[in-house]
Design a protein around this ligand. Structure first.
Ligand SMILES: Cc1cc2nc3c(=O)[nH]c(=O)nc-3n(C[C@H](O)[C@H](O)[C@H](O)COP(=O)(O)OP(=O)(O)OC[C@H]3O[C@@H](n4cnc5c(N)ncnc54)[C@H](O)[C@@H]3O)c2cc1C
Length: 311
């Protein structure tokens, strides 16, 4: 552990005993791919103020931590990481109903829980998000979407920490595009958001969520570790269709392979390492480019152990 990371650990223990700290914590325990080397320090703030304080401390010590939500879009190198990790999922999970069909929620709430909260409030608009295994913060970063819905459609305002200040983003200021946002382009930590939804019948909302879940189960290899769709959709085509067309379903390296059920997913058999997944991704990109002329860009966030960590 470097001196500055050790100083961060000391300061947090002294000032904020409610913040959980884990040292040499394998990231494989915090990613849906079950891959990733140990973080020297994994910090789990206890709530929004705690998250903000930890971010300020990191800035003061000139440390660039990796921020993670549920780790469901990450491929982390399986060597010791050179930077601390802040996990938002275990704190920051509060949600409350505001007037006018709006919900305010902390960045660590899972989309499943948020969608159920909206249903219970009789609000429609988040059904699409129910089956996405991430947090609100991770979904804002990616402008996560499924079955015709995307975060851009429901996000009204977000409270953000960046460079020592807290400010509010509204509407277009989120910079949402296809699987991108102001966060993916400029950094910053989404602390909480206000989502605008519409009145709906809880039973109908629940049925839609169930129907989308069964479509997911039928088409996606949910029984294997993965980070969801490995590649973004290139303009004018679908990554999965291109990969299938190139005969790459089942192509493997070590414990990683292209799913036979959904060619858009690279999955692990539980033993895959970072290099196995990268080898499969590289091969897929090379063959698809050669055979179809489409260049596939990773959707999964690739985190190298040597940092500095992407914020
Ligand atoms: C089986 C499976 C199915 C999936 N299906 C879909 C799908 O249908 N649609 C889809 O869009 N995605 C899907 N995904 C991918 C993933 O679940 C989403 O991208 C999700 O939004 C990631 O959220 P997370 O909390 O897990 O983020 P993480 O993976 O933890 O982090 C992703 C990025 O977000 C950043 N981040 C996290 N929290 C914050 C915050 N508070 N402020 C700023 N940045 C933050 C991180 O630094 C990181 O760069 C799927 C993944 C799996 C494993």
């Amino acid at each position: 552990m470097t001196d500055r990371i050790a100083a961060a650990e000391r300061t947090i223990r002294e000032r904020w005993p409610d913040v959980r700290l884990l040292t040499d914590e394998p990231m494989s325990r915090h990613t849906s791919f079950r891959i990733g080397g140990p973080a020297p320090l994994l910090i789990i703030p206890s709530g929004p103020e705690s998250l903000e304080s930890v971010c300020r401390l990191m800035d003061g010590l000139e440390l660039r931590p990796l921020l993670i939500g549920n780790g469901s879009d990450l491929l982390v190198e399986d060597r010791p990481l050179s930077f601390p990790v802040i996990q938002t999922h275990s704190g920051n999970e509060a949600a409350r109903l505001l007037p006018g069909g709006r919900i305010e929620a902390g960045c660590g709430i899972t989309l499943a829980r948020l969608a159920c909260f909206a249903r219970d409030c009789g609000l429609t608009g988040l059904e699409f998000a129910h089956g996405i295994p991430g947090t609100l913060g991770g979904a804002l970063f990616m402008n996560a979407g499924a079955y015709g819905g995307e975060m851009i459609q429901v996000t009204e305002q977000t409270s953000v920490y960046a460079d020592g200040s807290v400010f509010t983003l509204s509407g277009d200021e989120h910079g949402f595009g296809y699987r991108k946002s102001r966060f993916s382009e400029q950094g910053g930590v989404a602390l909480s958001s206000v989502l605008r939804l519409s009145p709906g019948d809880p039973e109908a909302i629940g049925s839609t969520m169930e129907e989308l879940a069964s479509r997911r189960r039928a088409s996606q290899p949910l029984e294997y570790p993965s980070a969801g769709s490995t590649f973004k959709r290139p303009a004018g085509a679908y990554a999965a269709a291109l990969i299938d067309q190139c005969g790459l379903k089942g192509w493997s390296c070590g414990g990683a392979r292209v799913s036979e059920k959904h060619a858009g997913f690279v999955i692990s058999d539980g033993t895959a390492g970072f290099d196995d997944v990268m080898a499969v991704m590289d091969h897929v990109r090379e063959v698809v480019l050669r055979e179809t002329g489409f260049s596939l860009e990773p959707e999964v966030r690739i985190i190298r152990a040597s940092g500095p960590a992407p914020v």
